[in-house]
Design a protein around this ligand. Structure first.
Ligand code: ATP
Length: 513
């Protein structure tokens, strides 16, 4: 099997070669951790957005969407805690001069211990065969138990250090665990320091009058400050949600791993406002709904897992991540947080305005509690793209690179190809496209042999290819080829919309929710 580094490299080069993702400002040698979505990437990204928006807004009568400004009043970020506490603990290796997030170094160390546990379990499975009782093995095997308690001890120390803001103890933990720099291999570390992740800029052109403002580090605050506007103008009743998709900016210390961690990225967030006391019920509800949304894509159930937060933010009373098995291993894809009434209360205090809801059933005013679902659009893109990209060995011994995108997300739904460039076949192909293009994104392709054209459509993820040949001119039938099975079928042109629609429309996904 291909190793993980190679897989990520393949993903990056495939994305570039086929117009999905380019390094930003590439002719100037690029800008670290910024990327541009190309002609196919922007289509895929838009389709992911549409899937999310329709699932959240169109499918829930009590959720509405907004589009708030990136610039916000500077006090918003004071109230939200970002000015004082949106910091990452960073540490430098003195030999490689590379900078790391101290908590990430420790998490990676924990992950290595976890892998040891899994190895032990796999060994056990082999040894005991059909008699293997995994649960019992995990509870009794001394090596597993030793590693589990090791992890717990490290997690406890890390949580305490981060909670207390005790950076010295985080440094000590890195030293005690003998964590070395992945680049230089040395354990020659600087102390741990805090670093604020918000980008700032100046608003206003008159010197002295300019106010420092921030590029929003999350889209959520645009929802909180509009809570009452939306509730009143939309006559919304608790429980209800507000969704938003938009750019966010973070001056990440370590921005690596392609579009997984960028300094400019997009979020798809939804804040769900509920009665105080009912938040944990809704937290469980949203965990389930969100996992279903992911699973409907068919990227493989084993690619997902939940990770409960070790360190709860001071305002949260429950939080977890949905992790995905990226080319770099399991990492956070989406966060689900029970944020209590922290944000609205903070804004009440800082703005001096009431942000309360009158509940007619309870005959009472209150500040609603909030469940947040927060998904990184670019990470979602990477999850979809990397798990869809497959190398297949074919029966004739050759190989193909195929991007098995969920059909509803694919940039082109169908490619229409005339067998040759003459005899009226191109005109017929264009006529077919004219009949389909009101409903489906189509591509016309006449260059190279049919075999090569199929390979190209496989590589860009087009679920169906339709070939127009001489028989088409006689009886109005075409060959339709399925990307995944490579099976070909001869069908009347009139049946194409029905054949495509069942598979490629967003409905096919939404129906499963
Ligand atoms: P991480 O621990 O990976 O830095 P986070 O816990 O800070 O992420 P949140 O603040 O919960 O992330 O943001 C919600 C979602 O936004 C994340 O689950 C992720 O999908 C996405 N996200 C956060 N930071 C980035 C980034 N730098 N680049 C791309 N996506 C990001």
């Amino acid at each position: 099997m291909e190793n993980k580094d190679d897989k990520l490299k393949d993903v990056i080069s495939h994305a570039k070669e086929y117009g999905y993702i380019f390094p930003s400002s590439e002719i100037y040698d690029g800008l670290a951790a910024t990327y541009d979505y190309g002609q196919l990437g922007s289509e895929l990204k838009n389709n992911i957005k549409q899937y999310w928006w329709k699932a959240m807004v169109q499918m829930h009568e009590n959720i509405v969407g907004i589009d708030s400004a990136i610039f916000m009043h500077p006090t918003v970020w004071k109230a939200s805690g970002h000015v004082d506490a949106f910091n990452d603990p960073l540490i430098d290796n003195k030999d490689s001069k590379k900078r790391y997030r101290a908590d990430v170094l420790i998490e990676e160390h924990i992950e290595k211990i976890r892998q040891k546990i899994e190895k032990e379990v796999t060994k056990g499975k082999k040894r005991f065969g059909d008699d293997f009782d995994e649960a019992q093995f995990r509870e009794t095997n001394p090596n597993v138990l030793r590693n589990v308690s090791k992890i717990k001890e490290i997690e406890d120390r890390m949580r305490k250090g981060l909670d207390d803001g005790d950076l010295e103890s985080i440094y000590q933990l890195i030293v005690d665990l003998e964590i070395s720099c992945p680049i230089s291999g040395s354990k020659n570390w600087t102390e741990v320091r805090q670093f604020n992740l918000m980008f700032s800029t100046e608003l206003g052109s008159v010197a002295g009058d300019a106010a420092t403002i921030y590029l929003r580090p999350e889209t959520a605050q645009g929802i909180f400050v509009n809570f009452l506007n939306v509730q009143k103008s939309g006559r919304m009743k608790v429980p209800f949600g507000i969704a938003q998709i938009g750019k966010a900016f973070r001056n990440e210390i370590v921005a690596r791993q392609f579009i997984f961690r960028m300094r400019e990225f997009e979020q798809m967030e939804m804040q769900f406002f509920v009665r105080p006391g009912e938040e944990l019920k809704w937290y469980e509800y949203w965990k389930e709904v969100r996992v279903k949304w992911h699973q409907a894509l068919g990227l493989g159930e084993s690619n997902y897992r939940f990770h409960d937060h070790i360190k709860l933010a001071h305002y949260a009373n429950a939080a977890c991540d949905i992790e995905f098995d990226f080319p770099m291993g399991f990492k956070e894809l989406e966060g689900i947080h029970s944020r209590t009434d922290f944000d609205l209360k903070q804004h009440e205090q800082h703005a001096g305005k009431k942000l309360q809801y009158f509940d007619p059933e309870m005959n009472q005013n209150y500040v609603p509690y909030v469940i947040e679902t927060s998904l990184g659009l670019d990470r979602m893109f990477l999850a979809v793209f990397s798990s869809s990209l497959q190398q297949e060995k074919l029966e004739d011994g050759s190989e193909r690179s195929v991007l098995k995108l969920p059909a509803a997300l694919a940039p082109y739904k169908v490619a229409v190809m005339p067998l040759t460039k003459k005899d009226g076949l191109p005109e017929k192909a264009r006529e077919i496209i004219d009949g389909l293009k009101l409903d489906f994104q189509c591509q016309y392709d006449e260059k190279d042999s049919i075999g090569k054209r199929y390979r190209r459509q496989d590589a860009i993820g087009t679920p169906f290819s339709v070939t127009v040949d001489h028989q088409t001119l006689e009886d109005n039938t075409v060959t339709i080829r399925d990307r995944d099975t490579m099976e070909q079928d001869r069908i009347p042109i009139a049946e194409l919309p029905g054949r495509l629609g069942d598979r490629v429309e967003m409905k096919a996904l939404l129906k499963q929710l």
